[in-house]
Design a protein around this ligand. Structure first.
Ligand code: ATP
Ligand code: MG
Length: 416
């Protein structure tokens, strides 16, 4: 939408609504008017025909919802964003059923309101394009998991290979693991595979990269994981660009449930594209000051790109036996919850020697259990005989669980 979106504000409380109006005007929206509930709101909506309606849902809630319903009927193409001090799920549900597209709880932050309006407008725009046939049929798309970290040697490849294996073997998902380590791709070493063809063989004009060519470069490991290896010589990366990565990942995501992207300990255009393409980023850090400081910088960098924060999940991996940093300290330093923590486990380096993921060589090892559970959580496919806690998660759907409840449940860091 090229012009500034046009908005109206409906709130019984005149002081509150003029504050919201000011907030919206300062953020570049064209505020066409404000009104209280009932006839006043409906008349304004009819006259202004805004792109989006911002409405307070406060007592008397029945009137607020009646107003929402009337405005939704009058302007079916204008999404409605609600804000409210009421946090009960039942009330939120009623508001959604009345026609609200998003529901924010007060105090509403400017950034949150602006993001919400842009999101509901984008959804409406997609819906309109789909109905009018301007949009192509959506292609089946897998989940792209980018395993990223601010440093080398923190366990990114260990996590990528084990997670890929656990997703295939324990949750029956199809997985391709793409080695994007532009220095020394370690996936082939950790999985003990010969590298005959690699991603460097796909450095062609992007539109020429076909499914068949891609298939020729994939290696099927005996764990069931499909691997697109990195070239053996780092210099072979010189012809591979971010555009190639996008084409390859898009093609793979049309065929596989999961595309896991293992990244190097350095930052470059290819890593940037791997982050942009991610459905979810596992941001790996170890529990030492240098790693945490670098992780903080990585989080700042992502924030400066306006990277969606809910896509970034912090994974703490204990590569050392000793650590004197307490879990609360990690949370305080990084300002975010820990999504997952993997314990230190000697069996990991023993598995590396064998060229097999630890989840295969020693399934009972504590690191294996943690990595398998992570695969279950990410896939939403649960282990047989799991207890009530796991069942409780079942009802929420993959992203509900990942983005919500689990973040709280798994927020403890197990420093070994
Ligand atoms: N939880 C763990 N317990 C014990 N050792 C671990 C653990 N995680 C990783 N390691 C060991 O740490 C080392 C580095 O791991 P890995 O190669 O996966 O890191 P990386 O982040 O991929 O490094 P690079 O950026 O150089 O590719 C390896 O020797 C691995 O065996
Ligand atoms: Mg690595």
């Amino acid at each position: 939408m090229a012009r500034n979106p046009r908005v109206i504000v409906i709130d019984q409380d005149q002081i509150a609504r003029s504050e919201v109006q000011k907030m919206l005007a300062l953020s570049g929206f064209a505020v066409l008017g404000e009104a209280g509930y009932g006839i006043e709101a409906v008349s304004l909506a009819k006259e202004a025909e805004p792109d989006v309606v911002v409405v307070a849902i406060e007592e008397p809630v029945v009137r607020a919802l009646q107003t929402v319903e009337a405005v939704a009927d009058l302007l079916p193409q204008s999404p409605i964003v609600a804000y409210s001090s009421i946090k009960e799920p039942g009330s939120i549900r009623k508001a959604m059923l009345a026609g609200v597209s998003d529901y924010l709880t007060t105090p509403v932050q400017e950034e949150e309101l602006v993001t919400s309006i842009h999101t509901v407008l984008a959804t409406e725009e997609r819906k309109r394009a789909r109905i009018s046939g301007e949009m192509e049929e959506p292609l089946a798309c897998g989940t792209v998991l980018t395993v990223f970290g601010a440093k080398g040697g923190i366990g990114k490849t260990t996590i990528s290979t084990n997670l890929a294996t656990a997703l295939v073997q324990k949750t029956n998902q199809s997985v391709t693991l793409v080695d994007l380590d532009t220095r020394f791709g370690d996936v082939a070493i950790l999985m003990d595979i010969p590298v005959e063809r690699s991603i460097a063989d796909l450095a062609l004009p992007e539109e020429e990269i076909s499914r068949e060519m891609l298939q020729d470069c994939l290696y099927t490991h005996n764990t069931g994981v499909t691997i697109l290896p990195a070239p053996v010589r780092p210099t072979d990366w010189r012809n591979v660009h971010a555009g190639h990565i996008e084409r390859v990942v898009t093609l793979l995501a049309q065929t596989y449930d999961y595309v896991i992207l293992d990244t190097p300990g350095t930052f470059n255009d290819i890593v940037a594209r791997a982050l942009e393409l991610a459905t979810l980023v596992l941001l790996v850090a170890t529990v030492d000051l240098a790693s945490l400081k670098d992780t903080l910088l990585a989080l700042d960098m992502l924030r400066s790109w306006n990277f969606p924060q809910e896509k970034v999940k912090l994974v703490i991996n204990a590569t050392n036996e000793a650590s004197n940093i307490q879990p609360q300290e990690v949370k305080r330093m990084l300002g975010r919850e820990v999504f997952w923590s993997i314990p230190y486990d000697r069996n990991i380096s023993m598995a590396t020697q064998l060229g097999m993921p630890v989840v295969v060589t020693k399934p009972s090892a504590k690191a294996s259990e943690s990595l398998v559970e992570l695969a279950h959580v990410l896939s939403g496919v649960h282990q047989q005989g799991e207890g009530q806690r796991q069942q409780k998660r079942d009802g929420k759907g993959l992203f509900g669980r990942i983005l919500g409840q689990l973040t709280e449940e798994k927020s403890e860091v197990k420093v070994e």
